[in-house]
Design a protein around this ligand. Structure first.
Ligand SMILES: NC(=O)C1=CN([C@@H]2O[C@H](COP(=O)(O)OP(=O)(O)OC[C@H]3O[C@@H](n4cnc5c(N)ncnc54)[C@H](OP(=O)(O)O)[C@@H]3O)[C@@H](O)[C@H]2O)C=CC1
Ligand SMILES: CC(=O)N[C@@H](CCC(=O)OP(=O)(O)O)C(=O)O
Length: 311
């Protein structure tokens, strides 16, 4: 029997892309409400409680309300794409490749928090180095990133695309999160296994989808025995061996590149990790490229749903 899936927020940016990814599937039955009724709480509550898995594609506050709507229901399982539950101890963090045990945790959980787009890149680069003891306690990690503007949902899309919008943004590239308190810092810290919060500097470019997340490191401050570009690369290759979503780009390939395109993986649900630096040099730049709506949101949600359905 097909599993019943309800996407709460199905008409928003993330929800629509999840729906598109499921359009041709026969193993799932999508429960749907018309766009005009998307904020009808009674209808949503009914759908939430009729689903086998509900995927919440809502702002944080609405996600918290939706979870409360299924509080008396022990059957429905939830994937939440918002920031609301990503560091909650009773929720599984939906980044299957971050740890060998994570796939099974997601598979058997009732509540799965889909990671943020920037943290997917940052944790993907940092956690293997923490787990292997390469990135020492107290290391001052910085994360610099650029995202396509769909990362800001319907509101930012309208501000970037609609010249008549009262808050139209004309800039082609802007920094934000300038108070250095972006909502993604807690999940980067906790799931990156950092003992010190990273300094996170995000930005947006005038392209709809795609992103680059950079974590530059000083090699001499890494654990002894690991202070070369090659050793850092080898640690990432070892961590991601045996799975097909996160690709560590061979060093021979990245050494040939003169530039990197933030839109490289648009429309794909994979992530590429690059290790840049010169053999014998002092620095390494770890770089993740992904689609903010692919592995950064909708693609990851479908991956998590598939894991949960395979339990
Ligand atoms: N866009 C991205 O790249 C990523 C997004 N996310 C997260 O996914 C979630 C959804 O984001 P996104 O798709 O970008 O946002 P959008 O603004 O594009 O879509 C949100 C949808 O939720 C609806 N909605 C808002 N409030 C309520 C409510 N109280 N009850 C019912 N429906 C409501 C909106 O309706 P209305 O049109 O009426 O406002 C809209 O359809 C957010 O938590 C976001 O942080 C996570 C990773 C990446
Ligand atoms: C470009 C842009 O605005 N990006 C969003 C994050 C997108 C994302 O990962 O979403 P959630 O963590 O909200 O689920 C932001 O910085 O708030």
């Amino acid at each position: 029997m097909a599993a019943k899936i309800f996407i709460d927020g199905e008409h928003g940016t993330t929800g629509l892309q999840i729906r598109t990814r499921m359009a041709d599937r026969r193993d799932v039955e999508l429960l749907s409400i018309p766009e005009a009724e998307r904020r009808n709480a009674a209808l949503r509550e009914d759908m939430l409680n009729s689903a086998d898995i509900a995927i919440l594609c809502l702002p944080d506050a609405a996600s918290i309300e939706a979870v409360a709507m299924v509080s008396g229901n022990n059957k429905v399982r939830i994937i939440d794409t918002s920031t609301a539950f990503r560091v909650a101890p009773d929720w599984a963090y939906g980044f299957a490749e971050m740890d060998r045990a994570q796939t099974d945790k997601i598979r058997s959980s009732r509540f799965v928090a889909n990671p943020g787009c920037y943290p997917t890149g940052a944790i993907g680069l940092i956690r293997p180095l923490r787990a292997a003891g390469i990135l020492p306690d107290g290391y001052p990690v910085t994360v610099n990133a650029i995202s396509g503007y769909t990362g800001g949902g319907k509101q930012l899309i309208a501000q970037m695309e609609d010249k008549s919008h009262p808050d139209h943004l004309g800039a082609n590239n802007f920094l934000y999160g300038l108070n250095l308190k972006h909502k993604h810092v807690p999940e980067m810290t906790i799931h990156g296994q950092l003992d010190r919060a990273p300094l996170f500097a995000p930005s947006v470019g005038r392209f709809p989808q795609g992103m680059i997340v950079q974590v530059p490191l000083f090699l001499e401050d890494l654990a002894s025995g690991y202070q070369t570009v090659e050793n850092v690369h080898a640690a990432l290759v070892a961590h991601y061996a045996g799975q097909s979503i996160v690709h560590v780009v061979p060093m021979e390939e990245s050494a040939k590149l003169a530039r990197l395109d933030a839109e490289e993986l648009v429309g794909q649900d994979t992530m590429k990790l690059y290790v840049f630096g010169t053999p014998g040099g002092a620095h390494v730049n770890l770089v993740a490229v992904l689609d903010n709506l692919g592995k950064g949101a909708s693609g990851a949600a479908v991956q998590n749903m598939d894991l949960m359905l395979s339990a």
